[in-house]
Ligand binder design. Sequence first.
Ligand SMILES: Nc1ncnc2c1ncn2[C@@H]1O[C@H](COP(=O)(O)OP(=O)(O)O)[C@@H](O)[C@H]1O
Ligand SMILES: [Mg+2]
Length: 349
Amino acid sequence: MPPSEHVFDPRALDVEGQGGAPEVEVESRLRPRSLDEFVGQERVLSNLRVAVSAARGRSEPLDHVLFSGPPGLGKTSLARILSRELGTQLHATSGPALERPRDLVGILTQLGRGDVLFVDEVHRVPAAVEEYLYSAMEDYSVDFTLDAGPHARVLPLPLQPFTLVGATTREGLLSAPFRSRFGIAERLAPYPVEELDRILQRSAQILGIGLDPEAARTIAERARGTPRIANRFLRRVRDLAQVRAEQRVSAALAREALAALGVDDNGLEELDRRILAVLVQSGGAPVGIKTIAAAIGETEDTIEDVYEPHLLRQGFVHKTGRGRVVTSAGCGAIGVDPRTLRGEPGLFS
Ligand SMILES: Nc1ncnc2c1ncn2[C@@H]1O[C@H](COP(=O)(O)OP(=O)(O)O)[C@@H](O)[C@H]1O
Ligand SMILES: [Mg+2]
C-alpha cells in the first residue's frame, strides 16, 4: 500500500493536551517551504537552484537526486521543496515500504510528467525492487510480468518522465550501480551554531515565542548540529516558559529546561553518556558496536546514525579497526578522570 493512502489525522495525537497544536503539526509548520526559507547548506542550495532552473528552462524533468546525511538535517524538507519549486506533484514512499516490485510499479504508474518520487531510507530498498528502479530511472519504463508460470509474459510498461529523490542516512550501503544513477548527489553536513541560531529565530517567530538572542544561542549550542533537535528543544523550552507564565524565554530558562531534559552543556543526552560509560568501563580498550548496542539496549543502526556522529565530531570517541575507544575529552564529558583508565599506551597523547 503506498503511504499516500495512509490517512493520519494529527489531531488524534494531541500530545500537548488542552487543544494546543500537536507535535506532528508543529513539526510540519516549521518545515521550510522553499529554497529561500531553507537556512544554511549554501553550496547544496546553489547546486539545486541551478539544476531546477535548467530543468525548467528545458521543460525536462530534473535529474534524479540523492540526499545523504544524518537524521534531522533537512533531507525530507528538501525533497518537498524540490517538487514545489518544480511545480509538480510529490509522491512519497520509503525503502522498507517497497517490499515487492509490484509495490513500486503501483507507485510508478501513478506518476505524472515531471513528478517527484521521494524514496526515504533509499538504502533499504530491497535488491529485487532496486533492479526495477534502474530501468525506471534510466528509460522511464519498467518490465511488468503478466500471469505466472509457462504463460508468463513480460511487457515493458512506459512511464512518465519523473525525478527520483532518494534520502539516506547511510550512503555507503547503496550499491554502486544504484548510486551512479543519481545525476545529483548532495551530502548534508551538520549545521554550525550560527545557522541553528537562525533556524531557531525563524521557528520562534512561526510559533510566536519570545526568544532572547542568548537563549537561542544556548539552545543552538546544544543541538548537535541538527535542526530537528534544535526545534525539539525549543518546544520543550517553550513549555517551561508557559508553565512559569514567562512572556519571554531567557538563557537561564533555556538552560534550566534543557538540564531538566538531561541535556548537558555539550548537548549530550542520557544515551550518549551511557555509550561513553560503556567505553570507559572497558578501561579504554576498543569496544565493538555490537557490544555497545547490547549494553545500552539500542540497535546498531541507531547508534551509528544518531548518536555516534556527534560523539565522533566532538572528539569524545575514536573509531579504530577493532572498535570504538573513548578519548580523554570523552572521559571529561562524563566527569571521569582519564588517568583512571588502564588504556593503551599513547592513546591519550
Ligand atoms: N535548513 C533548514 N532550515 C530550517 N529548518 C530546517 C532545516 N533543515 C531542517 N529543518 C527543520 O528540521 C526538521 C527536520 O527536517 P527533515 O527535512 O525532516 O530532516 P531529515 O529528513 O533529514 O531527517 C524540519 O521539520 C524543519 O523544521
Ligand atoms: Mg526525513
